[in-house]
Design a protein around this ligand. Structure first.
Ligand SMILES: [Fe+2]
Ligand SMILES: [Fe+2]
Length: 268
């Protein structure tokens, strides 16, 4: 944690999709420059780093990401990364597909929701106890973040509900029981926020692909965690930055009204 104001800065990027014709290298390199300027404490990458899970795509995306100057980078695979048994290359190049990370003030648990050669995903009941035991290591006022690639509840404008993990109901219950504060997802390139109980499910868009729905633009999230508040911004590489959520800690009560929270993701 940084000394200044006990603030923790987290960047979430998602759905890079190296190897596809819609991948725009300058968006990713710009995002890496913006990250290095921001100097976050943690960078999270919530899946779909590649198009087809090929080794050469993994090597290319690794080259793009290696200039990031952040010692805490947490990465999960997405459904595209597990195509063609690509999760083997993921493990070779990026390491574990499941991660638990703790620093003073914060616990992050990240799980692989992808399945080999399927676009559908699941967390799987065999991991519920692990999720629970990792979050049980948190101190009383620590922020709890869970990360996965697929959606946890349906997101408007993303088609069929197969985008959510098969065991979404069970995972929701596990995470609510663990008193998780934020869930970070990616997958269909539509940024959105849902609140369930006291938990916010933050879906990031794609940072560097033009596989876009409607008028949505490539973007990523910046999360500022402070003692009494959490502020979340959506940043558009080369362009603007928008505040999308402000929360009071302890209550997780929005400082903004609900209408505003959902507004930025609506189609114009
Ligand atoms: Fe994707
Ligand atoms: Fe995906």
């Amino acid at each position: 944690m940084k000394e200044k104001n006990n603030e923790i800065v987290i960047v979430q990027i998602s759905d890079i999709h190296v190897g596809e014709s819609e991948f725009i290298p300058s968006l990713l390199t710009r995002c890496v420059d913006e990250i290095n300027e921001l100097k976050p404490d943690i960078v999270m990458i919530t899946g779909d780093l590649t198009g087809m899970g090929y080794r050469r795509e993994y090597e290319t995306v690794k080259n793009y990401l290696s200039p990031i100057k952040c010692k805490n980078i947490i990465i999960q695979p997405g459904n595209h990364d597990s195509r063609n048994v690509g999760y083997m290359h993921f493990e070779d190049i990026f390491g574990q597909r499941y991660a638990s990370f703790q620093i003073p003030g914060l616990v992050i648990v990240a799980a692989d929701s992808s399945e080999p050669d399927l676009d559908n995903g699941q967390i799987g009941r065999e991991y519920y106890k692990w999720i629970n035991s990792e979050f049980s290591k948190a101190n009383e006022n620590d922020l709890k973040i869970f990360a996965m690639h697929h959606h946890l509840i349906p997101v408007p404008g993303t088609g069929r509900e197969r985008n959510i993990v098969h065991d979404a109901g069970d995972v929701l219950e596990v995470l609510v029981d663990c008193k998780v504060d934020l869930v970070l997802c990616g997958h269909k390139h539509v940024p959105y926020i849902w609140r369930v109980e006291d938990m916010y499910i933050i879906t990031a868009g794609t940072v560097s692909s033009l596989r876009l729905r409607g008028k949505i633009e490539p973007n990523y999230n910046i999360i500022y965690v402070r003692e009494n508040e959490i502020d979340i911004y959506r940043r558009f590489p080369f362009d603007r930055i928008e505040k999308i959520l402000g929360l009071e800690r302890k209550t997780n009560k929005s400082k903004l009204n609900d209408k505003f929270i959902k507004e930025p993701t609506k189609q114009k």
